[in-house]
Design a protein around this ligand. Sequence first.
Ligand code: HEM
Ligand code: HEM
Length: 143
Amino acid sequence: MTTGFQHLHSFLAYIVLAGIIFSFISALIGALSGKEFTEKDRKFGLIGMILAHIQLLVGIGVYFLSPLGLSNLSGETMGDSMSRLYALEHPLINIIAIALITIGYSRAKKLTESKSRFRSIYMFYGIAFVMILSRIPWDAWLN
Ligand code: HEM
Ligand code: HEM
């Protein structure tokens, strides 16, 4: 089961990152073109958000199952940058990033001015995207 969760989390990472970029670019184009924010634009933002939520759920599962997650969180392992990344930095930063995505999306739903609604999505998703990239275990993922 642990291996299944690890593979799912690793595979979903591609889809989530693609989904966030898609939502980001479509909101940016919307803002720059000055068009009205429609139901279609809300759904384009929703794509990135739902994928992020699914990855959050799977990530929490991996965190409890994997030997690199919670079970490796201790004072001793904090001195090792790779252990700290898996047990602390990657989970923490990604939870914050996904919270930002959720805030950006719900603000876009509540705001009334089209440009602000697009901006809420591209700003929050953009910041979240950079945060997520900053804490990916690249060596493990792409090898
Ligand atoms: C640990 C897991 C999760 C947490 C903590 C979480 C948290 C949240 C929160 C706080 C909201 C409210 C956003 C708002 O203000 O509208 C929300 C909405 C939503 N979440 Fe999640 N979520 C989780 C997992 C999931 C999963 C697994 C899915 C999809 C399969 C999902 C899909 C959605 C959808 C569709 C919405 C509503 C979006 C809308 O308002 O249009 N979430 N979630
Ligand atoms: C958008 C959000 C996220 C992305 C894109 C992401 C991506 C990744 C990637 C690419 C890996 C390396 C996979 C590999 O070795 O092939 C990984 C590992 C891991 N992630 Fe995430 N992650 C996200 C969120 C989270 C969250 C929220 C948690 C926990 C709460 C989490 C916990 C873990 C753990 C524990 C590992 C190590 C698993 C292992 O190899 O045993 N991730 N993640």
